[in-house]
Design a protein around this ligand. Sequence first.
Ligand SMILES: C[S@@+](CC[C@H](N)C(=O)[O-])C[C@H]1O[C@@H](n2cnc3c(N)ncnc32)[C@H](O)[C@@H]1O
Length: 216
Amino acid sequence: MKEVFSHVYADERGYLTRNLVPGRRVYGEKLIERDGIEYRVWNPYRSKLASALSSGLMDLPFTGTSKVLYLGAATGTTVSHISDIVDSGVVYAVEFAPRSMREFLNVARERPNIVPILADAKDPLSYAPLIEKVDVIYQDIAQVEQADILVRNLPFLRPGGHIMLCIKARSIDVTKDPELVFKKEVATLKPFVDVTETVDISEYEHDHSFIVGIKR
Ligand SMILES: C[S@@+](CC[C@H](N)C(=O)[O-])C[C@H]1O[C@@H](n2cnc3c(N)ncnc32)[C@H](O)[C@@H]1O
């Protein structure tokens, strides 16, 4: 097993993160022990960030002390791996569906670096008092106006901080060519963000792409 990004490991099983809560699983993932340390196998069919890694993502902008704003936490599959990575940092995790939030709270309760926030990512002022400036904004909300929602949250990102955006082309407009939809979303970001990578993750998630950029 070797460390391929800060706090992210790889072996023949794929990518793994060091379990912040040894002995506990979040979504039925495999647990592996090496030299007394427990790792969680990161499933690329369950987490789009693992899909992006498996599809050749070159820059993973998290370190052990990163502060992250995560929009669209759902039940916490990907948030939990980011929480493993930023073990001395914090993940502010926004989710607007009460049902998902209830399940997510079971994950957040065990992980001291997750701050769960029940709110609509379209209304950043509603959670502004709860968060601080962050190093990374990660967004996976599968909705219309995905890039617009990210832009509304950019005031929380420090200059030079990274954005990571999952684009689901069919959520935006089922009638349009996904390629055109990706281009339009990138164009929405461009006045504010230098796009550094686009990764096609459709091998794992149909019609999905992943965009990485740096705030100017
Ligand atoms: C595709 S799922 C996210 C999966 C999750 N990121 C993961 O990898 O574990 C999209 C989530 O975004 C949430 N969502 C959609 N629109 C939202 C909004 N405007 N504000 C907050 N959450 C939103 C949905 O309720 C859903 O749980």
